[in-house]
Write a protein that binds this ligand. Sequence first.
Ligand SMILES: [Zn+2]
Ligand SMILES: [Zn+2]
Length: 359
Amino acid sequence: MKAAVWHGQRDVRIENIPEPPAPGEGEVKLQVGWCGICGTDLHEYAAGPIFTQVNQPHPLSGRLAPLTPGHEFAGTVVEVGAGVTGFKVGDRVSPNPLLRCGTCAYCRQGLPHLCTQIGFMGCHSDGGFGEFVNVNVERGSRPIPVLYKLPDNVSLEAGAMVEPLAVGVHATKRGHLQDGETVVVVGAGPIGICTIQAARAAGASQIIVLETAAGRRHFAEESGATTVIDPTSTDAARAVQDLTNGLGVDCAFECVGAEPTLRAALSTLRKDGRAVVVGIFEHPAAADYFDIVFFEKTIIGTFAYRDEFDLVIEMLADGRLQPEPMVTGKIGLDDLVAGGFEELLTNKEGNVKILVAPE
Ligand SMILES: [Zn+2]
Ligand SMILES: [Zn+2]
């Protein structure tokens, strides 16, 4: 079958590799419909290995590079292994790509994303940039499933967006975002856009987005931002106060991962407000702790997702989440490097999510 294979930095090849064997006990074989390119895939391509295991096999999958990347995908069940109930050939599904042990303290608490042996399909086992992949229906002893069915009115394209949208929905849950609250989102990259969508779905009364790039401000507006501010030309904290009766917002989401944007998020909060940090930081960052203490502000970290796939699929089915404006490109697997990775590296502003059909 045709698949992308990560061999090293700037060395992802489209190859003919053996199709996965017949699915084992508790597994199904999927024919991948669409797989989205994530920032993580891009980093592994441009600057990797970052998460990809190159020296030692991952303890849960037993795999190391070279392997097939891609963790944001949806597909159709083509073969069902022994002991699988609840799935049949022809079902359209989206898998949760988290690898978890199922037995550590965190897995037993229902926190698989904090598993002591955490891994991801596409990084620590073969992922969705290939025609076929075998997936466990459940993983570990705890009943957080891996495979989720898509209802008839949720397309495979939308199914490939469940994973990044789950990151946004998990962030709003971590922030205890309530119906009618006011929100700031700092950074309208792919995860910022997913967070805007999730905030809109949660019933935020105002979603004020801070974004320096004009192209991304446009995608923010299309995804539900009520006001979009360019913080390089406007005093963002002042503008947010003006929009919120002089108070500041209830909840701010930092979706960049840098000190200035963390400070910006904190500066837009009302007293007793919550800052949810979604961005991945490459360096330690300082914040104004006088402000945090004196005004009882809270900083909350959020990572990936816990068990939000069901909720995201329900929200896609009833229209609360609308991924269409986020899909800025659809390409075939042969075009993954030039039309996918390189396009995203050179035209960041013009893209949110590029979907790849592995045929
Ligand atoms: Zn991702
Ligand atoms: Zn675990």
